[in-house]
Structures are given as C-alpha cells and as structure tokens.
Design a protein around this ligand. Structure first.
Ligand code: TXA
Ligand code: MG
Length: 324
C-alpha cells in the first residue's frame, strides 16, 4: 500500500521521502499543475522499467522528462531559437517541448523509447523543487493505468495505483486539470502534437507563427503512442448531447438547460458560468464520478473548441473512441 504524504503540513518530509524512494530506483506519484505524474529517475533503466510495469504502458510510448529549469534542460537537449523562446515564456508551466537529445545525454533510452528526441517539461511547485533536490531529470507519465482517465488528485492515484507504489505526494487537486500541451519544431515548422493545458493561441503569439495540427480524424497521432482510445471510463461516452436519457449520466457545460436532465442518473456541470479553465480543472474528476454513478453511458454537452476547449474536446474524442 502506498503511503500518502500531504505537502500542506509535511512539505520538507515529503521532499526527503520522495528523493529517497527515487534514489532507490522506485517510482513516486507526484503532484504537478497539470495532472499527477508517476515519476522515476530518467537516467536509471530499472526505475523507468518500473514505470512501464506499474502503468501497463506499451514501451514504444516515450515518457516526458521533467527538469528543474531551462538550464538543466540545456544539459540534455539542443534548443532551436523558437523552442528556447517558448521555454523562456512558459516554463515552469503546462508546456512540453520535443527536442533533439544531446549525444552525451544520460537520459536512458527506455525513457525516450529509443528515439533521438526527448519531450521536456518544467513543472511548477513541489515537482520542480523535488527535481532540484534530486538533481536529475524525472521521467513521468500521468499517474494512471495506461488507457484510463488521468489522475488529478492523490485520491485518484491511490484508487488506481495505490496497491503498486510506495509513495504518493498529495498537494490537493491539480490546478490545470489536463495534461501539458506538446509541441515540436521541425524543419522550421511548429507542430502541435497534443493540445493541452497551455492554449495554442498563447504559443502562437510567442512563436510568431501558426501551429500546424495533425488531422483530428487520424488515429495515428504524431506523438507516438497517442492511441485513439484513451482516457476511457468504464461507461460508454456520447458527445455533443443536446438531451439526456434517464439511464445516462450528464456532464454539462455552461448555463444550458439540457432536456431530460432532471431524470438523469447524475448531473455534473464542468463550469456553470462557461469558464473553460474551470471546466478543464474539473474534467477528469467528473468523468470518474459519472463513471462511478453506474450509468451505462455518460452524455457530454457540447464544449466550445477554442482556448482550453481544444484540449478538453481532444480528451473527450479519445474517451469516446472505439475501445481496443
Ligand atoms: O502534463 C503532462 O504532460 C503529464 C505530467 C505528469 O507532466 N504527463 C503526461 O505524460 O501526460 P504521458 O506519458 O501520459 O504523455 C506523454 C506524451 C505521450 O503521448 C508521448 O507519446 C509523448 O508525450 N512524447 C513523449 N516523448 C516524445 C517524443 N520524443 N516525441 C513525441 N512525443 C513524445
Ligand atoms: Mg497519460
């Protein structure tokens, strides 16, 4: 069983305990502003293997490597001018940049799935402090069983992986609530590999150019391992619902009266005032609650495809995709 340690009261002890577990080559569940991560020493093959085993994650799907700051990232990867400008503007924060690995980099090939690139992110708060204390990058995918809904609280992590890991660091609910935005500069082009917690428009403003998006319909998303079916609750998922049936759960958005809502199994509103940041922060928790209601299907109200809505709709499409 995992020990859960709350940083509100035991921050210093949490840093020490987490560093000790990482040094022994075991993963630790840590809070980040996006979602909780399952972190391990990115230079240690046995530690990284334990991440893949704990999540049941396919090993062709590379892990994001978390750094304490841009200076640490520059020890491991080559920065082109656009990537550096984005790092300076948005780190620490919900942005992952895919970069060329330096030849002498000590990041283990298991973390990058053997690619010559690495996805790097500098997280805020406790995670950043932990990396600084530990002194090495942390490979960290989201702290959930592969294919399931990501965790945005220590309780989510405990329910999913608590029996398999030693330590969960609790910092309350993740403030952003969806995973980082992933970008890559390639042949002068700026590509959006995954929409996420940093809106595309902010990235375009700093980069001074448009983001090129992969086709929304394509299952072979450009970030390897971004499988179409992901974020899957146990229930079926129905998108853009204009009305809800009596055997369905409803996840609504905004101040809209959805016909049938009074008879639905459960009704949750991501943001009654229509705020997309609030909706993103509530998304995974409400999906888990709707799933736990026992409804056979979760119906979602339409969500505007702008700003953070792009990331929310991406996750909902994956949740609704046919299961493998
Ligand atoms: O917010 C986040 O990004 C969270 C927190 C914990 O930092 N992490 C996260 O990790 O979402 P994960 O493993 O669930 O998703 C990482 C994504 C995968 O789709 C993977 O394919 C992609 O990043 N990725 C990692 N390295 C890559 C690379 N070198 N090239 C392209 N995609 C890469
Ligand atoms: Mg994930």
């Amino acid at each position: 069983m995992a020990r859960i340690i709350d940083i509100a009261e035991h921050r210093h002890e949490a840093l020490q305990m987490a560093s000790a577990v990482l040094s022994e080559g075991f993963p630790v569940a840590i809070p980040t502003e996006t979602v909780y991560g399952l972190a391990a020493d990115a230079t240690n093959a046995a530690a990284i293997t334990r991440i893949y085993e704990t999540k049941g994650r396919p090993r062709f799907n590379p892990l994001i490597c978390h750094m304490s700051d841009l200076a640490m990232a520059e020890e491991y990867a080559e920065f082109d001018p656009i990537s550096r400008a984005l790092a300076e503007a948005f780190w620490p924060g919900p942005l992952t940049i895919v970069l060329s690995l330096k030849a002498e980099s000590r990041i283990h090939a298991l973390a990058t799935a053997g690619l010559d690139t690495v996805g790097i992110r500098v997280p805020k708060g406790f995670a950043g402090d932990l990396i600084r204390a530990f002194g090495k990058p942390l490979a960290a995918p989201s702290a959930n069983t592969s294919g399931r809904i990501s965790a945005t609280s220590a309780a989510h992590v405990d329910a999913d992986l608590g029996g398999k890991i030693r330590l969960i660091v609790d910092a309350g609910a993740s403030t952003v609530g969806v995973e980082s935005t992933i970008v890559k500069v390639e042949d002068g082009d700026l590509k959006l590999l995954r929409p996420g917690g940093l809106p595309a428009s902010e990235i375009e403003r700093v980069a001074g150019k448009r983001l090129r998006r992969a086709g929304k319909a394509s299952a072979a998303i450009e970030a390897p391992g971004m499988l179409a079916s992901h974020y899957a609750p146990g229930a079926n998922v129905r998108l853009d619902a204009g009305a809800v049936k009596s055997d369905e759960a409803l996840i609504a958005f905004g101040a809209v009266d959805v016909p049938g809502a009074s008879d639905a199994v459960i009704v949750l509103n991501l943001s009654p005032c229509g705020d997309l940041a609030e909706a993103a922060a509530n998304l995974f928790d409400y999906m888990k609650k709707a799933d736990a209601s026992g409804a056979a299907t979760i119906a979602f109200s339409p969500i505007p495809d702008e700003g953070l809505g792009e990331a929310i709709n991406d996750r909902l499409r994956r949740a609704a995709a046919p299961r493998e």
